[in-house]
Design a protein around this ligand. Structure first.
Ligand SMILES: [Zn+2]
Length: 144
């Protein structure tokens, strides 16, 4: 009756995210991602053209991140323009991979990335809990 060696339920492996589909299939990133998942083109500030990343400095990543609305006008910022959930990003592992970038003050444990020259932004997201991950939203930058 007693089963000394009860059959071990095989531990269910933790659900792992499915492998990303071919990056080139992503609508917003078409033509921007090379076969290795890196940025084919330089990443520039949309407003002043300042260079943020050189080609190949980042990898394409999908993650849902909430970024405050771009500060286009002081009035819009004063109105508290809310934010956007952005899903397509350039992921940079090393802060020194940036050509130019600025940071906002911490908001909780998050810093937002802005253009180093004109402070347009936020163009990206960085969490202080993960010092080696800097996200730059594709929709918030221009590509050369
Ligand atoms: Zn700029």
């Amino acid at each position: 009756m007693a089963a000394p060696c009860a059959e071990m339920e095989p531990a269910a492996p933790p659900p792992s995210p499915p492998p990303a589909p071919t990056p080139a299939a992503a609508p917003g990133s078409a033509g921007l991602v090379c076969a290795q998942g890196r940025n084919l083109r330089a990443v520039l500030c949309q407003r002043c053209g300042s260079r943020v990343l050189l080609p190949g400095a980042a990898t394409f990543a999908r993650r849902e991140l909430l970024l405050p609305a771009m500060r286009k006008k002081a009035a819009a910022a004063a109105a508290g323009g809310g934010g956007d959930v952005l899903r397509e990003h350039w992921l940079v592992r090393d802060m020194f991979s940036f050509e130019n970038v600025g940071f906002t003050r911490d908001v909780g444990n998050v810093k937002f990335l802005v253009c180093a020259d004109c402070e347009a932004g936020p163009i990206g997201w960085h969490c202080l809990d993960d010092k080696d991950s800097f996200y730059v939203a594709l929709e918030r930058v221009a590509h050369e």
